[in-house]
Every structure is written in structure tokens, then in C-alpha cells.
Write a protein that binds this ligand. Sequence first.
Ligand code: FAD
Length: 548
Amino acid sequence: MKSSVEREQLVNTLNYYEFDVLVIGGGITGAGIALDAVTRGMSVALVEMQDFAAGTSSRSTKLVHGGLRYLKQLEVKMVADVGKEREIVYENAVHVTEPIWMLLPFHKKGTFGPLTTSAGLKMYDYLAGVKKDERRLMLSDQETLEKEPLIKSKGLLGGGYYVEYRTDDARLTIEVIKKAMEKGAVCLNYAKARSFIYDDHNQVIGAEIVDTVSNKRISIHAKKVVNATGPWVDGVRALDAIENNKKLKLTKGVHIVIDQSVFPLKQAVYFDTPDKRMVFAIPRDGKTYVGTTDTFFEGDIRHPVATPEDVDYLIEAIHSMFPLVHVTSHQVESTWAGVRPLIYEDGKNPSEISRKDEVWQSEAGLFTIAGGKLTGYRKMAETIVDKISKQLGDEKYGPCVTKHLTLSGGDIGGSKQWEAFLTQKEQMALAYGLTGLEGRKLAKMYGTNVDKVFQYAQILSTITSSLPLALLAQIYYAVHEEMAYSPVDFLVRRTGMLYFDIKHFTEYKEEVVNVMKQLLHYSDEKIIVFNKQLEILLGEATLKESRD
Ligand SMILES: Cc1cc2nc3c(=O)[nH]c(=O)nc-3n(C[C@H](O)[C@H](O)[C@H](O)COP(=O)(O)OP(=O)(O)OC[C@H]3O[C@@H](n4cnc5c(N)ncnc54)[C@H](O)[C@@H]3O)c2cc1C
């Protein structure tokens, strides 16, 4: 991937060439399309108006999952398609995705009973082609409590035990973008599509972009243009001269993060809420996070926030399933909220609207893709790039090759090599001035790219800094190899610190700004803006505003 320091070169390239495909939107959907298209031999440009993954793709439940609950809505094909993708996503990026056993407890009068759980999970295994040692187990009430003693014992009948995958959505998106760039795609963050360019026959042949870092205008010409802007899809389509009838319905989902000392969950659980929805509680890095809510949303898509009502709803759900846990909103360390870009279906409530994806093309030739799941990004990309390939002339381009294409950092040799890889990097780290534990943590985050992070650590080991060497090396890596431009890019989407390590976020944020200032030569005005951004984000995530 390019460095944020080399933006100007990227801008010039975008201005200069005519591309086969221009993708608007750098969430997981746009990233997947860029990777699929470039690896078939197409020339590809991608623009993202914020940072990569700053939209919904850093605000999900962070699971690569088939959507078990959609079986209840008889969305069998979607569950089958997405379910099968889980292992592919995992094997191609072992460093960002890991299998976890999920517990689905069932109580008297709950959503699922013993028979429906058993049948549902069996069907899930079958549809998703789950391998033998990961197929569902059915547990008695006692066995369920052994797995997770905090679960409500009253009325407990047993539990289903099955495998899902935990991921870091923003890092997954960034590893896809990095791979696409490695293969030749030209991707730029902080570049907003403002209008479309048309030929004499009213066909879209590109877009006018503004680079919001330099305020330069860029005209990108492309044979095919794809609108992959998630919740912004309707806004971007409105820029197209000819519209069509499909509309999005946005719903908001909130997650809360609680320290393990308050909610010592040891096992991921998928459980009923009092109003008969289902939410996840997932242990991660010394914290437990719980979500999600699902409510219609009409606010500012850039800044969806958790309201006190959202937080109370999730706390009530925790209390009803884990009666021994006494958590208050003051103990919620951080939150995040995301907006689902769902295809409008008249008369349905938020949780009933299908999560399936759809692709459509306007009369002016603009492709739009919306709906879907993080998990299904590769398949969604395949579907739309198949259509593009057909229109560009199939014979010129190869078939989709992403099924067995490792993402950036994923060349570990598959999941079987993972533990050996971590052990090796743990030992290697010592030679670069890092501890074994730091080396292991970095290897888990960056996969095979950890070698570059180690090299930065070695170069920086003689510098005096109030930041730990590992963190300093991560900043250098993020700026030089992952196009992090603002401190928020680093603290939220490159490291997830805002959500899962609020203590260090607060402790180090000022120094992170200083280091990035040296690397990226921020003006004084910019620093004021960035500091303000950090304060607002911290306030939103920690519910400071609503508690005060
Ligand atoms: C609360 C919640 C939980 C979820 N949990 C899961 C889960 O656990 N597993 C799962 O598989 N899926 C999950 N999903 C679904 C998944 O997160 C989304 O389907 C996916 O992230 C959508 O990605 P996207 O790229 O389409 O949209 P986004 O990630 O929103 O990307 C669109 C991008 O387009 C950019 N953009 C907009 N306008 C312009 C413009 N004019 N010019 C340039 N760029 C522009 C935006 O800045 C944005 O970054 C969840 C969703 C939510 C809301």
C-alpha cells in the first residue's frame, strides 16, 4: 500500500489515466470490488471520502457469521451463501479472523427451544458446509452453565454450541484495500465523489472528486463506475442524472463495551432480549462487548451515536440473561454505533428487513450495490464484477480468483500454521527491541506484515519517546503502509484503541498527534481540528455528554 506521505503522486495518477472501473466507497464492499476487479486484470481506481472503513465497516458486531437468526425468516439461500464464506474469509486472513465457539442458551418460552436449536444449528452446519470438528453440539442445562456460569439458570433448558468467527472489521477492510493496491489498484482516502461525468449519450464515464486533504479537484475517467457507498448509496445515486426506484432503509445498531472486572464473561453468547430480539455478548481483549440494537435511523450518517436509551436497552438485556452481573451505564467504557444500509421493504420492522445484497444499474450505466453483510463481501464483489466483466467484454478478463487469494498479511500458510507463526514472531521480536508479548500481539494484528512493523521498531529504538516502542512502530507503519492520515484513523481504525483500550487511548492520544504531525506536517489549524475530533469521539464513545 502507499503511504499517506505520497498522496500527491496518487492524486496525479488518478487524474491521468482512464480506468476500467472506478469504485466510489472504501468500506468492505468497495474494497472487495476493487480487489476482485484488479485481480481479473482490470485497471481500478477507488475513492473514499473519509478514511477507509470509516462508515459501517468499522461499526459492525465484528463477526464473520452466517446469520443464524435469518433462518427463522427462511432466508435459506442467504444463510447458505454467507455461511460458506466464513471459512474462506478466515483462511485468507487468519490474522484478522479467528474461530470462536458461540453459546446459544435456550430457556422456557425463549426464541429457540431444544428442538428448534438443534434443527436450526444442524441446518446451519449443512448449509454453511461446516467441517466435522466445528459442527454444533447440543448441551444440557448443566453443561451450558459450565461453559458460562453467568447465564440465567432459572428456566434454562440447555444450549447450542457452534462455531462463528470473530474479526476486526476495519482491519479486514484495510487488508483488502492493501492487497488491491499491491495488485495495482489506485485507492485514495479523503477523496469525495461530488458529481458524475457523462459522455454525449448520457452514460456515466467517471466522476469529479475533491481531495479533501489538499482541496484539489480530480477528474477520474472510467469505463464503469460503481457506487458502493453503503448508507450513502441513495445520496450518491441522487447525483446521477437518471434515478430508479430502489431505496435504502437505514437502521442503527449500537454496541457497548464493559470491562471484564464488571462483566467477566468467558464465553461468547448469543441470547434473547426481553423484547424477543437476539444480541451477542463477546469477550475480547479484557473487555466484554454487547450488541446490537436495531432501530430506524434518520440522523447524520457520518456520526451515528449511542443514545442513553440504546445503552439502557442493552443493559436491560444483560441483566435479563446474566442476573449476577450488575452493570450500570457509568460502567460502560465505550460504545460505537453503525448504520445498516438495508434495501427498503414496505411495512417491515428493522429486524425483519432482509440483509441480502442487491446490485442494480441506472439508465446512465451507474452500478449501485447495497445491503449484504461484511461476511459476504467477497461474493458480493464477485457478483458485480461478473456483470462489469460481461459489459467490458468477458474475453478480456479472467474469472474471479479471490476465493484462494490471501489478503495482505495473510501469507501464513493457512490456519494450521498460525500458532507456530505466532511463536516464531514472539521470539523474533526480541531482536528488534520489543518484548515477546509485544511481538506476539503485533503478529496477531498484522500477520506477515509484522516484519515491517519490527523493522520500524528497530529504526525507532534509538529515539526518545514517551510512547512505547511497539506503539511508535505501529504509527509509522500505519502512516507509511496503511495510508492513515489523521490521529483518529490510527486510534480507531488501525488499532481499535478507542473501543477496546480506552485507558491507553486517553493516555497516548496527545503524543500520537505529535508523532503524526512530524510525519505528515499538519498545519496548526489541522491540529486544532484533529484534537477536537478526538474529544468529540471520546465524548461520544464514553457517553460523556449523556452522563453529564
Ligand atoms: C450495528 C451493525 C452490526 C453489524 N454486524 C455485522 C457482523 O457482525 N457481521 C457482518 O458480516 N456484517 C455485519 N453488519 C453489516 C456490515 O457491517 C455492513 O454490511 C458493511 O459494513 C457495509 O459495508 P459497505 O462498504 O457497503 O458500507 P460502508 O462501510 O458504510 O462504506 C461506504 C463508504 O462510502 C463512503 N462514501 C460515501 N459517500 C461517498 C462519496 N460521495 N465519495 C466517496 N466515498 C463516499 C463512506 O465514507 C463509507 O466509508 C453490521 C452492520 C451494523 C450497522
